[in-house]
Design a protein. Structure first.
Length: 276
């Protein structure tokens, strides 16, 4: 329940202008000069902050040069402090997938060992390399490849609400919107059966935070003397990780299922990992 309340709280913190969902407007005030910790589209009508991936991508495509150091510093600070704890507690896109996963459908608790590396390819190719290298001849700007072709947050929290409230935008739909909608529906469908599929396979923000998981300040500690070796923590993990040995694994989002499952209190949130 505490995690659910935290997720709701962070969703509202990311998106305080809920009335904009009905007006079809996008908040464009001074707060948009700052990044949110989670994946939350700039174009979401209710969003108060910019998306860190969108801001990073815009830098590489040739815009926003003055915020590049801020965005980079922000991501390093968040990663070093929290790692993928942000994904587990503060990301609106992660929260949406958790809600979808609660639907009464068959669940496939799979490790996704090789597929989990694909998010690093998405980060490198769609956020950095393609926006930087493929430029428009006239404007000299790169194209926002990740936002344009992959990001489900932009479609679900941005495009769909704007289309529902704005007749003018509905008249501008084209093939690109159909592609983005197909991707979003596909990822929503995957979220019904596999926990956090997008986060584990495609999310470039998750890829950045994952690189800090082993050194982040906030983590899950294992108390060896208290451990009964009952494996209840492993059974509770939707990602098929072993929390005793892999609480700092790049895919671990520190959701706390293992902490709650441990009757011996051998797993706890902390700041110094004594056993891993």
């Amino acid at each position: 329940m505490k995690r659910l309340l935290a997720q709701i709280g962070f969703f509202v913190l990311h998106n305080p202008y809920l009335q904009n969902f009905f007006s079809g407007r996008i908040y464009d005030g001074k707060l948009k000069g700052f990044c949110a910790p989670g994946l939350n589209c700039y174009s979401c009508p209710a969003a108060a902050f910019s998306c860190p991936i969108g801001s990073l991508q815009n830098f590489f495509r040739g815009t926003g040069h003055n915020i590049s150091l801020f965005v980079t510093g922000f991501l390093i600070a968040m990663g070093a402090a929290f790692g993928r704890f942000v994904c587990g507690f503060a990301c609106p896109m992660g929260f949406l997938q958790d809600l979808i996963y609660k639907a009464p459908t068959p669940k496939f608790r799979v490790r996704l060992r090789k597929l989990s590396y694909f998010k690093y390819i998405v980060l490198a190719a769609f956020v950095i390399i393609l926006p930087f290298s493929v430029r428009d001849y006239l404007s000299g700007l790169g194209y926002p490849w990740f936002c344009a072709y992959i990001c489900p947050s932009g479609t679900i929290f941005g495009a769909w609400p704007l289309l529902a409230a704005n007749d003018f935008i509905r008249g501008m739909l084209g093939a690109l919107f159909n592609i983005k909608t197909a991707v979003a529906i596909g990822l929503i469908t995957m979220a019904l059966f596999i926990n956090r599929f997008f986060c584990r396979v495609l999310c470039p923000l998750g890829a950045i935070y994952a690189m800090f998981n082993k050194i982040s300040f906030v983590r899950i500690n294992h108390d060896k003397p208290a451990c009964a070796n009952c494996a209840k923590c492993s059974e509770s993990c939707n990602l098929r990780l072993d929390p005793v040995k892999e609480s700092s694994h790049p895919d671990c989002m520190r959701c706390g299922n293992c902490v709650r499952a441990c009757g011996e209190k051998a797993l706890k949130y902390g700041t110094i990992n004594k056993s891993n």
